[in-house]
Design a protein around this ligand. Sequence first.
Ligand code: UDP
Ligand code: MG
Length: 340
Amino acid sequence: MADKTRAAGAQKPKASAAQKVKAPGARSRRGRTLSLVIPMHDEAPVLDSLFRQLDETVGRLAVKLEIVCVDDGSRDATLELLSTRAARDRRVKVLSLSRNFGKEAALTAGLEAASGDMVVPLDADLQDPPELIGEFVTLWEQGYDVVYGVRSDRTSDTVLKRASANLFYQLFNSVSDYPIPASTGDFRLMDRKVIEALARLPERNRFMKGLFAWVGFKQVGVPYVRPARMAGTTAWGYRKLFRFAVDGVTAFTTLPLRIWTLVGIGAAVLAIITGVGLIVRVLMVGRDVPGYASLMVALLFGFALQMIALGVMGEYIGRMYQEVKGRPTYLVKDRIGFDS
Ligand code: UDP
Ligand code: MG
């Protein structure tokens, strides 16, 4: 509850007021390193403009810069382009995964490889405007450990995508104990200690937005307008998004499991009432043979409920199986530009 109010109240940071009164946690960016973590899957068409834009924005902040690019099993020239860039730009580091592990895994890999005092995950397609990072750093200097971007306007997304995203946040936050501030993504600045906290979470199902909310710390939101994808296409179809949503919910609440106890009790009570009613009826008006339709309906309904309950358990058991196997979240094929 306290989390919820803070997240809502934190949407509009009073930057000017906070600057005048020096916050107790204030710190300076001087001599500090900022790591950008960029997961990339088939992003060759956007790389040039991405790096140009990074130079014009974060390149001008008075911090040391480290750009960790995670090649998530790209099938195009992404890796080649990145290695040539890393060869002439020491700020660029490349982590190449052995295959496509998905964005969450790629992000995890990048966060673990990043060494900065501040770390900012960023989408390669410039949908997370890098010019905002300057503001993030200023708020970090004021003592905030997590500065997250809030998409104040999603008109660049389709109506259906926006509606499904809204529905997801509402559902998620009504069942999860750790609410995600609405309309936030992975785009945020995190202090070193937050990164260390994330590294301590051993789970393989990396629903990053949820984990970011779970770790806590002093957080603040900065509203921004999310632009359309610059080039290329989104790798997220609706099927993938649905899997993602189920991953998120199962990782943060067991309510779908527990709810079946209530449904079961409700069904049992209903059955008892019906049974008593039937007995009374037989005693009063005698046996009533027709009843096939109602019987079938009750039977099918009960059957359907059981199947749903089994399916829900399957979702959790499948995930437990994944976690128990203990396979690594990702495998690294190549590291370029690190330890230099
Ligand atoms: N991405 C990735 N692995 C994947 C899919 C996507 O690393 O399997 C990266 C992608 O290159 C981009 C970021 O994740 O930098 C966000 O992907 P996208 O723009 O396709 O998603 P959307 O913006 O539609 O959520
Ligand atoms: Mg995108």
